[in-house]
Design a protein around this ligand. Structure first.
Ligand code: DC
Length: 225
């Protein structure tokens, strides 16, 4: 894949995933959710009984796991050893354990290598016609693709982020812990709360999804002008 690369980082509840997918859909680009790679590694560890505390075992497993990503923004999918695990990676069990992978620096390096190959179009997967890709995560603008054509840090006020994640009927304290607790753990290994040099901050606190999508598309047009 040699087209435009749009990198979008930020914490949970900023609208990052929805906006990234919609930008990819409107511009005809692939959509790569790097969080899914951390989640599928977590599923693999849980399945194989790998001890999360054993960093070398977790990393070795990541290096041998057989993952395929379908980067279609209309229907992104993830398979592990040929099985579709797209729903499974969103389970509470995985959400509760995924920080044990994302705070493991060796695991990050191994997943980072895989992510760079995906961005370069070197890994088998659907939806890579060469137009480019929208990549979302925590360290894409800084570590994984610092040379991306467009680099954005999406932010939003804490209360707004918690409210966005609170589904109907969900217990507020649980949601707060899920959103802020996980950010706190992840923030120990990656800085995704302040923008690095050359990274544009997009504060979505008072924005609709459509406004945020249009803002990203405007930056993409600017980058290509
Ligand atoms: O965005 P998400 O909730 O699917 O991310 C899952 C976990 O992986 C979360 O703990 C953040 C972490 N992550 C990361 O550390 N770096 C990335 N590029 C993407 C996700």
């Amino acid at each position: 894949m040699t087209g435009i690369v749009i990198a979008i980082d930020g914490p949970a509840g900023t609208g990052k995933s929805t906006v990234s997918r919609e930008v990819a859909r409107r511009l005809g680009l692939a959509y790569f959710d790097t969080g899914a790679t951390y989640r599928v590694a977590t599923v693999c560890c849980l399945r194989e009984g790998v001890d999360f505390k054993n960093h070398a075992d977790v990393t070795a497993m990541i290096e041998t796991m057989n993952v395929e990503l379908i980067l279609d923004p209309g229907n992104p999918r993830v398979t592990l050893e040929g099985q579709d695990v797209s729903s499974m990676i969103r389970s509470d069990t995985v959400a509760l354990s995924v920080s044990q992978v994302s705070t493991n620096l060796d695991a990050r390096a191994a997943l980072g290598r895989f992510q760079r190959e995906v961005i370069a179009g070197e890994v088998a997967g659907g939806f890579s016609d060469g137009a480019g890709v929208v990549v979302e995560g925590r360290d894409i603008t800084t570590v994984i693709a610092p040379d991306a054509d467009v680099r954005i840090l999406m932010t939003a006020d804490e209360e707004v982020r918690v409210a966005r994640r609170a589904g109907d009927g969900a217990d507020a304290a649980t949601v707060r812990e899920a959103v802020l607790g996980r950010d706190k753990k992840d923030a120990t290994v990656v800085n995704f709360q302040t923008a690095a040099d050359g990274v544009v901050t997009l504060d979505t606190t008072d924005m609709t999804i459509d406004e945020a999508v249009n803002a990203v598309i405007a930056l993409a047009h600017e980058a290509q002008a």
